[in-house]
Design a protein around this ligand. Structure first.
Ligand SMILES: *[C@@H]1O[C@H](CO)[C@@H](O)[C@H](O)[C@H]1NC(C)=O
Length: 275
């Protein structure tokens, strides 16, 4: 398995003849607290987020977001806050990057209706409202199926006239056990998604990305993926992403007390760009 991974990474590297990737930004979470020169909290509850999520995102509260033992920890908790029954944390980088290789090492949560994500969003809505200017999930994950991830890119026009390129739900090992690397590579021709060095999804971006619904927001091929995007880390709870017929009714605070692992632990976030 290790040898296969090494060969896969090596083949990927020599096969495509990219420029060399150079590290341009990183957080290894080695300090005592969150580095606010790098990160900003996103706070509050629905209807801010869409999808009928259940959590309230707090600010500067150790119970939900803390740096300890060299890791960033984001914890979802069954506890009332304002009108919500759960609290959790959501952060975004202060920087944005146009193209790059984003690598996140993380141990993911496990438990009913836990919904962590690492994703990127445009710093400005240059091509119009969501998701005309782009929205990419480096991964989405459901705490009930802790060996399965999903990659997604949304673009093409404003909702509901957009295109969704989504990977199949792809099975790996149990990602709530130990740290795993989630890599997203984005250059002028392609986007590639990898878990532990194994590529499982690709989108060609060297083309007209308009959905051909409504008005064309773009003038050139490759748009909207020619502008800077910032990175978001969060652990959401519940919402429309967990259809009742597949995942059962909404998680209750009582059930949530049985979550085996209510935390996402992040060892590092690194961003590389081509020289
Ligand atoms: C979506 O496309 C339809 C035509 O197909 C158009 O009437 C409508 O205004 C568009 N909506 C948005 C939000 O662009």
């Amino acid at each position: 398995m290790l040898l296969t991974s090494i060969i896969t990474v090596f083949m990927a590297f020599i096969g495509r003849g990219y420029g060399e990737w150079a590290l341009v930004w990183e957080d290894n979470f080695d300090g005592q607290s969150l580095d606010k020169t790098k990160w900003t909290y996103e706070t509050g509850a629905e209807p801010k987020w869409g999808n009928h999520q259940l959590q309230y995102y707090t600010e500067d509260r150790r119970e939900n977001v803390r740096v300890e033992n060299g890791h960033l920890v984001i914890e979802a908790r069954p506890e009332p806050m304002d009108k919500s029954q759960f609290t959790s944390g959501r952060l975004h980088t202060n920087n944005g990057w146009t193209r790059g290789r984003f690598v996140v090492s993380a141990r993911l949560p496990k438990g009913k209706h836990l919904w962590p994500a690492v994703w990127i969003m445009p710093t400005q809505n240059t091509y119009g409202n969501w998701p005309a200017s782009g929205d990419i999930d480096i991964f989405q994950f459901r705490g009930q199926k802790s060996d399965t991830v999903e990659a997604k890119a949304q673009y093409g026009g404003p909702y509901p006239n957009h295109t969704v390129s989504v990977s199949p739900l792809t099975k790996f090992t149990d990602l709530s056990v130990g740290f795993h690397t989630f890599t997203f590579e984005w250059d002028e021709t392609e986007m590639r998604w990898l878990v532990d060095g194994q590529q499982y999804f690709m989108v060609d971006v060297h083309r007209d990305l308009w959905s051909h619904k409504g008005v064309d927001p773009y003038t050139q091929i490759g748009q909207p993926f020619d502008k800077p995007f910032y990175l978001i880390l969060n652990v959401a709870v519940g919402g429309d992403y967990f259809p009742v017929d597949v995942y059962g009714p909404q998680v209750t605070p009582e059930e949530a007390k049985q979550w085996p692992k209510p935390t996402m632990e992040v060892d590092f976030v690194r961003v590389y760009q081509q020289k």
